[in-house]
Design a protein around this ligand. Structure first.
Ligand SMILES: [Zn+2]
Ligand SMILES: [Zn+2]
Length: 359
């Protein structure tokens, strides 16, 4: 099969013929139909999180089950599915508490990548390796995709949408009448915005440095848009929240200055939620005295604390009812051969989501 291989950090991906293993016990092999490009892919491609090379990245995917291994009962060949990186056992300490994103169990796929070229093993990037015609994953990583939801928009449900929406609905559990600010209005941040609007937040303030994203945020349910580069950005957030600051500040981008801008926007007893993942080694500063004085909280949110079998069907129903925007998140569709152009667009920051489409 064809796959986009990363051989050197920061260099273009190369399209190569890659072998993929047959599914083992509890595993499924998927014919990938769409794989969106996420900022986590870019951070890996650029070496921001290290790791071994060569590797195949791509983890925001949808496709059709091609074959299943022994013991797989919920899926069969021909099923349309969303493919995520959340691999979970269902029974460990974290899974038993509903925190599948923190599953503690090791799987055979963690020890042995299914990808190779001759005698060379390729890393199974982000537990998925979906910048490829096929991907091999554990059955816990997939969810059925309804027939009336396209593969392109379906792929977004695997990461960007659940990460943003879930940070609001699951991690922070934003309640009716709260005030929310979202820093960074990309594919994840825009889903924090629409998640907050759906949760009943009274005020939703979108912050970005791109004027067109600030305009678009209003379509996704933002009540206010603020230029994140403005010297008085925090004052504008306070002005929009009766001088109090936002009850929740979501930081969707993994940038030091974005994270450090959040405390000044936060209301007493408010929570800042770290959603975007900075490269390894990034440290931030804040005043712990302020945090204690105002009983404020810092929350980390991995993959929107999602339980994919609960959250993804719910998101599909919201989409069907016209309450969740997905089509509007897609900026461009590219064949695998043009994946480097798709990656470059995401890196420039002028797109929401670029999606690689497969025949
Ligand atoms: Zn992602
Ligand atoms: Zn587990």
């Amino acid at each position: 099969m064809k796959a986009a291989v990363c051989r050197t950090f920061g260099a273009p991906l190369s399209i190569e013929d890659v072998s993929i293993a047959a599914p083992g016990e509890g595993e499924v092999r998927i014919d990938i139909k769409a794989c969106a490009i996420c900022h986590s892919d870019l951070t890996y491609i650029d070496g921001g999180w290290g790791g071994d090379l060569p590797a195949v990245f791509g983890h925001e995917a949808a496709g059709i089950v091609e074959s299943v291994g022994a013991g797989v009962q919920d899926f069969k060949a021909g099923d349309r599915v969303v493919v995520t990186l959340i691999r979970s056992c269902g029974t460990c300490h974290c899974c038993a508490q509903g925190a599948q994103v923190a599953c503690e169990t090791s799987f055979p796929l963690d020890a042995q990548s299914p990808l190779s070229i001759g005698s060379e093993t390729l890393m199974h990037g982000l537990r998925t390796g979906a910048f490829a015609q096929q991907a091999l994953v554990h059955q816990s990583q997939i969810v059925k995709l309804d027939d009336d939801v396209g593969f392109d928009v379906g792929s977004l449900l695997a990461c960007g949408v659940i990460t943003g929406f879930g940070a609001v609905a699951n991690t922070a559990a934003v309640h009716v009448g709260s005030t929310v600010a979202v820093i960074g209005l990309g594919g994840v941040g825009m889903n924090c915005v629409q998640g907050a609007a759906i949760a009943g937040a009274s005020t939703v303030i979108g912050l970005d440095i791109a004027a067109d994203k600030m305009v678009l945020a209003k379509d996704f349910g933002a009540t206010h848009a603020v230029d994140a580069n403005a010297a008085d950005a925090a004052e504008q957030v306070r002005a929009a929240t009766k001088g109090r600051g936002a009850d929740y500040v979501f930081i969707s981008v993994g940038l030091k200055r974005a994270i450090e801008s959040a405390p000044a926007m936060l209301a007493p007893t408010g929570s800042m939620v770290i959603v975007g993942m900075p490269p390894t080694g990034v440290l931030t500063e804040f005043d712990p005295g302020d945090l204690a004085s105002y009983s404020q909280k810092i929350l980390g949110s991995k993959m929107g604390s999602s339980r994919i079998r609960v959250d993804i069907p719910y998101l599909m129903s919201l989409y069907r009812d016209g309450r969740l925007k997905l089509d509007e998140l897609i900026s461009g569709r590219y064949p695998l051969e043009q994946i480097n152009e798709a990656v470059a667009g995401v890196k420039r920051g002028d797109v929401m989501r670029n999606v690689v489409m497969f025949e």
